[in-house]
Write a protein that binds this ligand. Structure first.
Ligand code: OAD
Length: 240
């Protein structure tokens, strides 16, 4: 903990990759791994069975019911001390990029500014026909699946398995990882690529990599420091 505090203080460029674990203490269920308060499953489905274009084509109502359920939970959620600690770190580091796989918007609510949302936002709806996007924070949605004024079906403005990440955002994330002297991997199982590859990218160009998670992941052996525990407790201690 002591050396990580020094690394944080001395770093001129920090990149962070967060996953569902940072929002677990806000009451948002993770997808994998236990966080105590949830099994990572909705009904009997796993994320890989719902967050895909094929699942949506087959049963848009089912997929929307899952998103509507998650939107309801997220609407009730507030940032936790981990989100706030990251916003504070940004304010005092010259170059700080927060890359997140989360679609809940809690980093922004906590005050983080330079946020790269790799997987989109659960509050954005996009028309399958005319492609128009809009923000819609109603929960529950009045109609499922929701419809665009043009008559087309709306889909969640998130990235599904098998879909490309938004090109410019990914480019910026890669650049942040490659130019960081400290990379933090927080609350992610680090199994979904390409996001998971960012830590190795940072490591390959000489950054120190620190992981914070309640449990070890496949990455934990190839990093500089592993801090085990909830990010909502550890991050405020690190940034104090
Ligand atoms: P996961 O659900 O795969 O992993 C959550 C990680 O957070 C696990 O490693 C847990 O051990 C850890 N964790 C849980 N509670 C924690 C806490 N309080 N503090 C620190 N760590 C904690 O979530 P992601 O890695 O974000 O993609 O999943 C990646 C992607 O897979 C998601 O963006 C989503 C999902 O399917 C799509 O929907 C495309």
């Amino acid at each position: 903990m002591h050396s990580i505090r020094e690394w944080l203080r001395d770093a001129s460029s920090i990149a962070v990759l967060t996953g569902a674990g940072v929002s677990a203490e806000s009451g948002v269920p993770t997808f994998r791994g236990g966080s105590g308060n949830n099994p990572g499953l909705w009904k009997r489905y796993r994320a890989e069975e719902l967050a895909t274009p094929a699942a949506f084509a087959r049963d848009p109502k089912l997929v929307w019911e899952w998103y509507d359920w998650r939107r309801g939970l997220i609407a009730e959620a507030r940032p936790n001390p981990g989100h706030y600690a990251l916003a504070k770190a940004e304010a005092r580091t010259p170059n700080f990029t927060l890359i997140t796989q989360n679609v809940d918007g809690l980093h922004e609510l906590a005050g983080s500014r330079n946020v790269l949302r790799l997987h989109g936002s659960i509050w954005i709806l996009r028309c399958m026909e005319c492609r128009r996007e809009r923000e819609d924070r109603r929960t529950p949605l009045p109609e499922i699946p929701p419809r665009c004024e043009c008559g087309g079906m709306l889909r969640p403005g998130v990235v599904w398995f098998g879909e490309a990440l938004p090109a410019k955002i990914w480019q910026d994330a890669e650049m942040a990882a490659r130019s960081a002297d400290l990379f933090l991997l927080i609350g992610t199982s680090a199994v979904v690529y390409p996001a998971a590859g960012l830590a190795s990218m940072a490591k390959s160009v000489g950054a120190r990599v620190v992981e914070i998670n309640i449990a070890e992941t496949g990455f934990s052996d190839s990093i500089d420091e592993f801090l085990q525990g909830p990010s909502g407790e550890l991050l405020p201690q690190l940034m104090a």
